[in-house]
Design a protein around this ligand. Structure first.
Ligand code: ZN
Length: 114
């Protein structure tokens, strides 16, 4: 039992296939790495600006994109031509996202919906 405890202490730092079997399911959770995945490109991101080389949290702006125009045309085809076809232009989650540097104001990159 002491040997296994020693192995567990060592293996908490690194993954070990042998210890994974001995520890069983309950103890295996100690080695679990939690990875938080952000929504890619549609929220402000912490990065180094390629223009001014400072660490920034990007400033996002919404811009009408291909998805916005396709949905507008689709609504017109289904009879929503009295203004309802303009709804996609008012919904930020249907628009492309532009990331700007708050320090120098340069456009860093754009995330497209389509
Ligand atoms: Zn910058």
């Amino acid at each position: 039992m002491k040997i296994i405890q020693n192995i567990l202490e060592i293996c908490n730092k690194h993954f070990c296939f042998r210890c994974e079997i001995k520890m069983g399911r309950r103890n295996r959770q100690k080695n679990t790495v939690v990875v938080v995945v952000q929504e890619q490109g549609f929220v402000p991101i912490r990065m180094v600006c390629p223009y001014c080389h400072s660490k920034v949290l990007t400033e996002i702006r919404y811009k009408d994109g291909l998805l916005t125009y396709i949905l507008c045309c689709g609504l017109v085809l289904f009879g929503c031509w009295l203004g309802c076809c303009l709804i996609p232009f008012c919904v930020p989650s249907l628009k492309d996202v532009e990331h700007y540097c708050p320090e120098c104001g340069e456009l860093i990159y754009t995330t497209f919906r389509i």
